[in-house]
Design a protein around this ligand. Sequence first.
Ligand SMILES: Cc1cc2nc3c(=O)[nH]c(=O)nc-3n(C[C@H](O)[C@H](O)[C@H](O)COP(=O)(O)OP(=O)(O)OC[C@H]3O[C@@H](n4cnc5c(N)ncnc54)[C@H](O)[C@@H]3O)c2cc1C
Length: 435
Amino acid sequence: MHLTRLPASIIIAGGGYIAVEFASIFNGLGVDTTLVHRGPNILRGFDDDVRAHVAEEMGKRGVKVLLGAQHQSISRAEDGHLVSRFTDGHQRDSEVVMFAIGREPYVQGLGLQNVGVELAPNGAIKVDEYSRTNVPSIWAVGDVTDRINLTPVAIREGAAFAETEFYARPTADYPGGRPPLKSRAGTEIYIKIDFSRRLYMRLQDIGEDADVKKLRAPTVTSALVKRLRVDIIEGSLAPGQRLKLNELGGRYGVGLVALREALCRLVANGLVLATDQKGFSVLGVSREDFLDLIETRVSIDSLALRASIEKGGVDWEAGIQGARHGLAKAGRGNELAERWETAHLSFHEALVAAAGSRRLLEIRRALADETARYRRLSLAFPGPRDIQGEHDAIAEAALARDAERACQLLAAHLRLPAEILLAAGFPHTDQEKQQ
Ligand SMILES: Cc1cc2nc3c(=O)[nH]c(=O)nc-3n(C[C@H](O)[C@H](O)[C@H](O)COP(=O)(O)OP(=O)(O)OC[C@H]3O[C@@H](n4cnc5c(N)ncnc54)[C@H](O)[C@@H]3O)c2cc1C
């Protein structure tokens, strides 16, 4: 972005830390600032308390935050202003519009393909834990590898590379893929936002009078609880899996005391099971519970979809088309990638966006979170599924306002992962698991 002078007003699209940072900077400079984000809250993937607190602080400081909306069109008015129209029907004028909706590795023109360096579908250079590509004389560190795109991570990857290659001390980027915990208070605050997502965030512009206590870095244990929780929900710790303390200690780079405490908290949350003599394991679900979860999700999603088909206007239709396009761009066969996961979430949210009930959508979101781990697990079983085809068919029925068909297709789509898992003998009951 190149600005020759400070604009009077700006609309920033995006809800990530870069969008939030720029919104705060412009607002601090006296620019009339609006942040518009398609999700229900900013800073997706970060700690919920921090998300809520940052949104509140931004609002108090005068940033207008529009959630659950995205750009549908931008046109120039006769007086030169830009007119943004959003999918939720809002319309806003501004002098400048800035999009902060993601970055892609810039590898064009390097000729990597000519020497056979493997790239991920989004152009990121594929490397192993020592930052080695598949070509023995070529390494890559930092954002271009699209691992964790943050400064301390890039620095650490560079240092690990030097240790390995120049000093013959093989050093992986981060033991367990995790940068060290760091916290500093003051006008520039580095905060470990969410251990589970392994992200740092610099909240430079929160200011001294913000309630810094609320933003303090979490303790090792509470951060670990969050990280374990995400790993359980995302399925990388599978239902029923034994949780061996030594293995977990190495994986998360923590001591046994913190680990035990974290696991005990997860027992209280109902995600982990503690058994005398046998220690801890991820709570499995009984078939009955599992089916109950899936069927509740089907009912709630269908209710929200039906209401959206009834009430949704042209913006809702545009939201579905946009989200469908985003999902197609995220790539067929890429269903375990974070980018696909985000696009998938947005697609399902776009379908129900016009339901007109915040509570209904919150319940739907919670159930979607809970079923996510099973959906991801089901992807481990190869089958003749055409996930993109399923999404397209649901979108087309919804756009054709055929509520009956759309709900039927959606129900089948939501039940399919469960059917795949049940056919594969999953889930075991908690009792079976312990035998
Ligand atoms: C607006 C914004 C705010 C951010 N805020 C934070 C934050 O608060 N905290 C945080 O931890 N991270 C933040 N980040 C992320 C952080 O900037 C990156 O993760 C980090 O800079 C990555 O370092 P890098 O060395 O991989 O890439 P870069 O810092 O991007 O460095 C790559 C360098 O390579 C050069 N280059 C590119 N192509 C070529 C070529 N063909 N030949 C030669 N040189 C080339 C570029 O000009 C650049 O100088 C932010 C990023 C952005 C965009």
